[in-house]
Design a protein around this ligand. Structure first.
Ligand code: ATR
Length: 281
């Protein structure tokens, strides 16, 4: 147990429920590593109290917080400003209480996704890539925006519910377009990157229903799911020789900008951090 002083910097994660969040463990590891006088705490905030809680951040002297399910969209009107990532994705996962007490929101999943790929596939270049994104939820929006910003030539979004994919493509625009769910295997032809953003493959869920036959063997395959680390999709991809990148890194990297803003140190993603986040309670 770390001892904190009366001057400790405090941040946390707002969610409902929040008990499953790995963020306290993640930030706790960095706080210990950097010997920072600070704390990162779970903040169990029900939807009807979100406004009170967000307005209370500054009043309580918190440096800011992460925002998780189900508050990522609802929090936006409560903030003084949001950046381009939050605007494009319609979701905020990081709030910073500025020196003047105003609240700034951003979506660092965009950064986390791209940094995870940079680290896991260092030779891959997003510019000029044709990518296939499976799913059209909040995570897919962050991925599609990141790929658009990084200069992908084409982002093919396939989702079980086509309307959601079409809406995502219309909102993000540029190289992003929706393709019918029935075409999800054919559309792998010519892709340089495949990303699963659905919950399929997660522990306790069915595997993603996707045969990889049409996917070039040079294509990077990335799964947002990280429990288990080796999802059936990644196992299939690795078995046929595709380079694979697991999903844990996105969680770890998305936390870096918040930590830097709240606690004033640039944290790094290390094997020790991965062990700390994956380890038992
Ligand atoms: P998040 O915001 O975390 O990305 P979400 O909004 O719940 O989560 O999105 C979950 C994604 O998994 C969606 O793309 C969903 O598809 P639908 O839009 O059709 O619901 C996808 N998904 C969930 N269960 C699925 C299944 N059995 N087969 C295919 N896709 C599934």
């Amino acid at each position: 147990m770390k001892v904190i002083s009366g001057k400790a910097r405090v941040a946390g994660v707002m969610g409902w429920p929040v008990g499953h969040s790995r963020s306290p463990r993640l930030h706790g590891h960095w706080l210990r590593e950097h010997a920072i006088d600070g704390a990162y705490v779970p903040l169990a905030v029900s939807p009807e109290r979100l406004g009170d809680a967000v307005r209370g951040l500054g009043a309580l002297g918190l440096r800011g917080c992460n925002v998780t399910v189900p508050h990522k969209e609802a929090v936006i009107p409560l903030l003084d400003r949001i950046d381009a990532t939050a605007r494009a994705t319609g979701a905020v996962n990081t709030i910073v209480v500025e020196a003047d007490g105003t609240l700034s929101g951003s979506n660092t999943d965009v950064f986390g996704f791209m940094e995870n790929l940079r680290e896991g596939a260092p030779d891959w270049r997003p510019a000029g890539t044709v990518a296939v994104v499976v799913g059209a939820g909040g995570a897919a929006r962050a991925v599609a925006w990141a790929l658009r910003e990084a200069g992908a030539t084409e982002v093919r979004v396939v989702n079980r519910t086509h309307d959601r994919a079409a809406r995502l493509a219309a909102d993000i625009g540029g190289p992003v377009h929706a393709v019918a769910w029935a075409e999800r295997e054919a559309v792998l032809d010519g892709a340089g990157l495949l990303v699963n953003t659905t919950t399929q493959g997660m522990e306790g869920q069915a595997r993603l229903d996707l045969r990889l036959d049409a996917l070039p063997r040079t294509a990077i395959v990335n799964d947002i799911v990280y429990v288990p680390l080796a999802t059936p999709l990644l196992a299939d991809a690795a078995a046929r020789g595709n380079p694979v990148v697991d999903g844990l890194g996105m969680l770890l990297h998305q936390a870096r900008p918040g930590f830097a803003a709240w606690f004033g140190a640039e944290p790094t993603v290390t094997p020790a951090l991965r062990r700390a986040v994956l380890g038992g309670t």
